[in-house]
Design a protein around this ligand. Structure first.
Ligand code: PMM
Length: 299
């Protein structure tokens, strides 16, 4: 079709998110983990000052959102103390908001989310899948955008929950159930972004099946966020002849492939460690799907 294609052309419709502008393309969310032990090293900083420096670089590279987390979600990871999570996250949020960034807070704790929102964070990214009523109540009260990610329980034992008969149908049904709980807690439907939770209680085959059927999540009628960046399933796909998975710091090219494909499929956002190549990939995907060389509107 010639003329003016819909800005979010692709397989998935992208309903607006209350409180966030429509950028006319997939958003790039930069991963900023202020943790000594996240599963991948890129995007992971032990000290808040290093995280702030990296976050500023992400903004300069074109990050639309920076997702600041203070607790590792790596399979098998234990919990950090609340005060420690707070101390990791809040100074980084404050500095990046002051630098003009849109910041999301990746936490399952209401107290950490509240402090991050007070410091200027604009979104809450909840990898618990809405399991914490206090967090839902806070998001409802503040009226901020909320990422509802599919998970089947804490990271510590999520591998044992990676059992599905039909992963696509089950993830859709479980997300729908969690969405109902989120709405019952008073969160506005227009504030919710859903995420299939790649790698959370899912093995490599489950992840690929979900990515092949992202359009099935369209029945939830909410924008999609997808996080594939440097995850283990990419390492397994690209394993060497002896079966050794590709190491985490050598999964970046594959991540750009998943980023371009997810953007071409019409997802609302991609969560990535390397912002600059992802920002290029989403622009390429936009031009590819619309057949239009498109210039970013200047503000
Ligand atoms: N993945 C991780 C952490 N937080 N949040 C959302 N919404 N979606 C994800 O896929 C996701 C997430 C784990 O990856 P990391 O250790 O690189 O942050």
């Amino acid at each position: 079709m010639h003329g003016s294609p819909h800005p979010s052309a692709g397989r998935l419709a992208t309903p607006p998110v209350r409180g966030l502008d429509d950028l006319g393309r997939t958003r790039v969310m930069g991963v900023l983990n202020v943790t000594p032990d996240s599963f991948s090293d890129g995007g992971t900083f032990a000290r808040p000052a290093d995280a702030v420096r990296a976050g500023r670089a992400m903004l300069a590279a074109g990050a639309d959102v920076i997702d600041v987390g203070g607790e590792s979600t790596r399979p098998g990871a234990g919990r950090v103390h609340e005060a420690e999570e707070h101390a990791r996250v809040v100074p980084v949020v404050t500095e990046l908001v002051a630098a003009g960034g849109v910041v999301s807070v990746d936490t399952t704790r209401a107290s950490v989310a509240a402090a991050a929102l007070d410091a200027g964070a604009a979104l809450v990214n909840d990898v618990s899948g809405g399991a914490r009523p206090e967090l839902l109540a806070l998001v409802a009260e503040r009226g901020v955008p909320y990422v509802l990610m599919h998970a089947r329980g804490p990271s510590a034992d999520m591998t044992s929950r990676a059992v599905y008969t039909d992963v696509v149908a089950e993830v859709v049904t479980e997300l729908r159930g969690r969405l109902d709980a989120v709405l019952a807690a008073g969160i506005d439907l227009g504030s919710v972004i859903v995420d299939p939770g790649i790698g959370f209680a899912k093995n490599a085959a489950h992840n690929w099946t979900l990515l092949a059927h992202l359009d099935a999540l369209a029945v939830l009628e909410r924008p999609l966020l997808v996080g594939t960046s440097r995850k283990t399933f990419l390492g397994r796909l690209l394993a060497g002849p002896d079966g050794t998975p590709r190491p985490v710091d050598d999964r970046e090219d594959a991540t750009q492939a998943t980023t371009a494909l997810a953007a071409a499929a019409g997802v609302w956002g991609v969560r990535v460690h390397a912002v600059r190549p992802a920002a290029d990939a989403v622009r390429v995907a936009r031009a590819w799907t619309t057949g239009e060389a498109w210039k970013e509107p200047t503000t």
